[in-house]
Each structure stands twice: as structure tokens, then as C-alpha cells.
Design a protein around this ligand. Structure first.
Ligand SMILES: NC(=O)c1ccc[n+]([C@@H]2O[C@H](COP(=O)([O-])OP(=O)(O)OC[C@H]3O[C@@H](n4cnc5c(N)ncnc54)[C@H](OP(=O)(O)O)[C@@H]3O)[C@@H](O)[C@H]2O)c1
Length: 251
């Protein structure tokens, strides 16, 4: 058991990558606290995960919720060994159609959410603990309609290095996973229509050298590695979990 006795917070743990990571952490002996906005989904996931999993309803895009996170966490634990800052979603639009709401939704959840989640959990983090952020391959390749989402994830990519440099002296290692296209509820919960999602999925999969979308469990394995002692000398790094896209070409 690689995480025996560890206490982990996973934001956005009620679905997809966060939920798969919670499952793996529990399997490896950790106690897990997950967050999400939708109480029904969160309660359902807490029940499904079992093993005394705790769910906290909180919106990573809300400053009010972020400022209460520390207090809420303290109801359940006096410390955290691992934090996976994963909560997020994507909105897509061509440049001409981007409005303030689109911009604020992305930057509030992804940039503000990541920054203040880390700030608020810091007093709970022990010496020899780990933070894993969630970026995306969109930081490495220009993709149409993703200006705001990509810019927000690029800020998280930058946080990976700056947070790492600030926190390593406190014994906190900061790293990130950078997922490629992963089969989760992500695309269904974006603002894309079912037809757009289907067409994107069909055209995108052949561009991935490994010829498929990844699984949430495959990202979870990378998060586990970065959060565990196995990565004790790894600091400020982004680990790609992307089937080779967009780094290598097969044709
Ligand atoms: N799937 C991909 O292809 C892919 C690729 C690269 C990066 N990512 C990143 O991976 C992360 C997880 O996405 P996923 O693919 O696992 O999608 P998902 O299946 O839709 O899961 C997203 C999770 O985040 C939570 N969430 C969303 N907005 C939140 C907010 N403002 N506050 C708190 N919780 C929030 C959701 O719960 P509620 O809706 O109830 O809040 C849910 O638990 C995101 O940061 C996403 O940008 C995904």
C-alpha cells in the first residue's frame, strides 16, 4: 500500500479523473476527502467509494467557498498529506463569441480556484507532503476555440513551477499532471453540443499516436506516482498522460 495512513484532498473528486484518483488512493491505503459542486453527485460518489470517504460541497470558482475551505477541512482533519487540485471544466468558443461570462467562468474556476485552493490548504499540509495540479495538453498546442481554457491552464502550468519553488523549503513537493484527451464527463459537461462532441471525438482519436482516448484511471496512476514517495526527488514537473499527442507523429 503506497499511501497507507495518508490523508488526501481531491478537488472535483465526484467524477472522471478526480473520482478515479480517489478510488486508487483508497485502494493504496489513503483516507480521501473529495469536493464537487453538485451535492447529489458528490453524495452518490462518497457512498460508492466507501471507506469513510468525506465529501465537501464547494465551488472552486467562488471566492466565498474558497475562503471557507480551510475551516471546512478542519472539521474532518488536522492535516493533509496530499492535495490533488483537479476541479475544472472546459468551455469552447471562437474568438468573436467569447464574452465576459465565458472568460470569468474559466479563469475563476481554473486560475483563481487553483491559486486559492493551494493557499487555503497550506496551513494543513505537513512536512513531506505533495500537491499535484491538473494542467492539460492544450498548453502545448494551439487548438481552435480553446483560447480562454488554454490560457487558464497555462496559468496553472506556471503555478506548478512557482508554487514548487516557494513550497519546497517547507517540505511540500508541487508537480502537475497534463492529461491528453481522456474519456470522462468532461466533454458532455462543456458547452459543446452532442454532435460537436461526437465529431471532435471521431476526428481526434486517430490523431493520438496510441489511437484512442485515455482512461481516467490512467491519469490517476500518474497522480499517484507524483503524490507518493516514489516521486520523492521530483519537483516542479508536469507529467504528460496523453498517448503521445501532440509530441510525436506516426505518419
Ligand atoms: N477529460 C479530459 O480530456 C481532460 C484533459 C485535460 C485536462 N482535464 C482536466 O481534468 C480535470 C477533471 O476533469 P474530468 O475530465 O475528470 O471531467 P469530469 O468528469 O467532468 O469531472 C470534473 C469534476 O470537477 C468538478 N468540478 C467542476 N467544476 C468545479 C468547481 N467549480 N468547483 C468544484 N468542483 C468542480 C465536477 O463536479 P461538479 O460539476 O459537481 O462540481 C467533477 O467532480 C479538469 O480540471 C479538466 O480541465 C481533462
Amino acid at each position: 500500500m503506497k499511501l497507507k495512513g495518508k490523508i488526501a484532498l481531491i478537488t472535483g473528486g465526484s467524477s472522471g479523473i478526480g473520482k478515479a484518483t480517489a478510488q486508487l488512493f483508497i485502494q493504496e491505503g489513503a483516507q480521501v476527502i473529495i469536493t464537487g459542486r453538485d451535492k447529489i453527485t458528490l453524495d452518490h460518489t462518497v457512498q460508492e467509494l466507501g471507506h469513510h470517504t468525506i465529501g465537501i460541497v464547494t465551488d472552486a470558482g467562488s471566492m466565498k467557498d474558497l475562503m471557507h475551505l480551510n475551516e471546512e477541512l478542519r472539521q474532518y482533519t488536522s492535516h493533509l498529506d496530499i492535495v490533488f487540485v483537479n476541479a475544472g471544466f472546459g468551455k469552447y468558443a471562437p474568438l468573436e463569441l467569447i464574452d465576459e461570462v465565458h472568460y470569468e467562468e474559466m479563469f475563476n474556476t481554473i486560475v483563481r480556484g487553483t491559486l486559492f485552493t493551494v493557499q487555503q490548504v497550506l496551513p494543513l499540509m505537513t512536512n513531506n507532503s505533495a500537491i499535484v495540479l491538473n494542467t492539460s495538453i492544450v498548453t502545448e498546442v494551439g487548438m481552435p476555440n480553446s483560447s480562454v481554457y488554454s490560457a487558464a491552464k497555462s496559468a496553472v502550468q506556471s503555478f506548478t513551477k512557482t508554487f514548487a519553488s516557494e513550497l519546497i523549503s517547507r517540505g511540500i513537493r508541487v508537480n502537475a499532471v497534463s492529461p491528453g484527451p481522456i474519456q470522462t464527463n468532461y466533454f458532455d459537461r462543456s458547452n459543446l453540443s452532442k454532435e460537436q462532441v461526437d465529431s471532435f471525438t471521431t476526428s481526434f482519436a486517430p490523431q493520438v499516436p496510441i489511437q484512442r482516448f485515455g482512461l481516467a484511471s490512467e491519469v490517476a496512476e500518474a497522480v499517484m506516482f507524483l503524490a507518493s514517495e516514489a516521486a520523492s526527488f521530483i519537483v516542479g514537473t508536469e507529467l504528460s498522460v496523453d498517448g503521445g499527442f501532440p509530441k510525436i507523429k506516426t505518419k
